[in-house]
Design a protein around this ligand. Structure first.
Ligand SMILES: Nc1nc2c(ncn2[C@@H]2O[C@H](COP(=O)(O)OP(=O)(O)OP(=O)(O)O)[C@@H](O)[C@H]2O)c(=O)[nH]1
Ligand SMILES: [K+]
Ligand SMILES: [Mg+2]
Length: 436
């Protein structure tokens, strides 16, 4: 592919090659026949309401130029979870997966310390394959980078321009190498799935449509790629100006879309101007484990990105239980009332008549909601079950005003202050985005 000139005439050829490579990669990653699936990872049991993986380099590639320091993943795990993970100033200190637990906002989040991965991990170099398998099973990746590897440019920039350009690329280069390694095994960081509808059919040939003009893919290219996959009957509808790679992702169908936060560690050894620059990069947080700088910001960023939704249950006629939330997630299992009910008990759903909801997802307190209602963080929910007798009774006796009773309760102070809580948090974050 590198040897092929990129122009209109070679476009189809390149597209076909991309599809071929994607197919081979998928074959490569399939577990060998006869072995149980997933035997590739570190076999750490999932625990808590979410899983976060620490990914980073064990050392710099340009050893000759710099000290051989690791990025500080283990140090960070120890700081955030209290679980000890061996940290040292030589590379590959961590050789296996060490889990710790972060207690945050009434939830438990599993944090995994992993060995540093090097270039070529996706081809099975080092322990990369296992590390990547664990990353794939996570809800969020924290890519830990060494802030000081970016800052050395300042020391050297006085000498010559060429040197400076080279140095600047290193921390950024690490980020790119890691991203590439993860991408080549089907992980997509901070991306959403392509807006392409794709459905295989039994007959009818290929129907190719788009809702807008396409600049990267045309009908012929699409046919060719489908042909490569031996797909001759399918419906394809482009809802955005997607690329060949997007189309291949959709056909492969096994891509994992994961959020990633870039964590620049060791800001204690660089100047404030550089800290400021790194902090302004998208999806980035700057920290220092040694000086315990900005770790609270890292936690709140992590929380934000995970999008966990805490729902508190309220038994009828009692105060809600604010100690033990049901934790839902839009990415894992969904946040509707139905998901909430299924979380409590598998068979609950058939008994539910409706639910009463207090909190930011409710238009008024309490709102009567059906199973499809989408809950938000810190909502309070009371389940109203179907009662066979009640219907019979209410026909005989005077109807009871169940709803009116609950309305009164909803007006109490606790719920009101409760619903304003998210706003308070974000205000505070705005005022102090960086504690350095
Ligand atoms: N200056 C500075 N050094 C740090 C900081 N955090 C960690 N270090 C040092 O960086 C070195 C590597 O730390 P580790 O936690 O072992 O790094 P790691 O990423 O787990 O390394 P591997 O397990 O080998 O991949 C240690 O000598 C730490 O003391 C920090 O915030 N500032
Ligand atoms: K180390
Ligand atoms: Mg380590």
């Amino acid at each position: 592919m590198a040897r092929t000139q990129k122009n209109k005439a070679t476009e189809y050829h390149l597209g076909q090659l991309k599809a071929k490579i994607a197919k081979l990669r998928t074959q490569l990653l399939e577990p060998p026949k006869g072995s149980s699936a997933g035997g590739d990872g570190f076999e750490v049991t999932k625990f808590g309401h979410g899983r976060v993986a620490l990914i980073g380099f064990p050392r710099m590639l340009t050893v000759a130029l710099y000290f051989d320091y690791s990025v500080g993943k283990s140090t960070l795990l120890t700081m955030l979870t209290g679980t000890h993970s061996e940290a040292a100033s030589y590379e590959f200190t961590t050789l296996t997966c060490i889990p710790g637990i972060i207690h945050y906002n009434d939830t438990k989040i599993q944090l995994l310390d992993l060995p540093g991965i090097i270039e070529g991990a996706s081809e099975g170099k080092g322990r990369g394959r296992q590390v990547i398998a664990v990353a794939k099973s996570s809800d969020l990746v924290l890519m830990v980078l060494d802030a000081s590897k970016d800052a050395h440019k300042v020391l050297l920039s006085t000498d010559g321009h060429a040197v400076m350009m080279f140095i600047v690329a290193i921390s950024e280069g690490h980020r790119q190498i890691l991203t590439r390694e993860l991408e080549s095994v089907g992980l997509r960081l901070n991306k959403r799935p392509p807006q392409i509808y794709f459905k295989k059919k039994k007959t009818g040939g290929i129907s190719f449509n788009s809702t807008l003009p396409l600049t990267h893919v045309d009908e012929k290219l699409c046919y060719q790629i489908l042909h490569e996959y031996k797909i001759h009957n399918a419906e394809v509808l482009f809802r955005e100006d997607a690329t060949v790679d997007d189309l291949i992702d959709v056909i492969e169908g096994n891509r994992k879309y994961i959020k990633c936060v870039y964590v620049y560690n060791k800001i204690d050894v660089i100047g404030i101007d550089d800290v400021d620059k790194l902090a302004r990069r998208p999806n980035s947080v700057v920290i220092s484990c040694n000086l315990k700088l900005n770790l609270d910001r890292l936690l709140s960023k992590m929380w934000e990105e995970m999008g966990l939704v805490r729902v508190y249950t309220k038994p009828q006629g009692q105060q809600p239980d604010f100690s033990d939330p049901v934790v839902l997630s839009a990415d894992r299992g969904g946040c509707t009332v139905e998901d909430f009910c299924n979380h409590i008990h598998r068979n609950l759903i058939k008994d539910v008549k409706y639910v009463l909801v207090w909190g930011t997802s409710a238009r008024h307190y309490p709102q009567h909601c059906g199973l499809g209602h989408v809950l938000q963080d810190e909502d309070v929910v009371q389940i109203v079950k179907k009662k066979v007798f009640k219907t019979v009774l209410t026909m005989v006796l005077r109807p009871i005003d169940w709803v009116g009773q609950e309305k009164e309760e909803g007006g109490r102070g606790r719920f009101k202050s409760h619903s304003t809580a998210p706003a308070r948090i974000s205000d505070r974050q705005k005022k102090a985005p960086l504690k350095t």
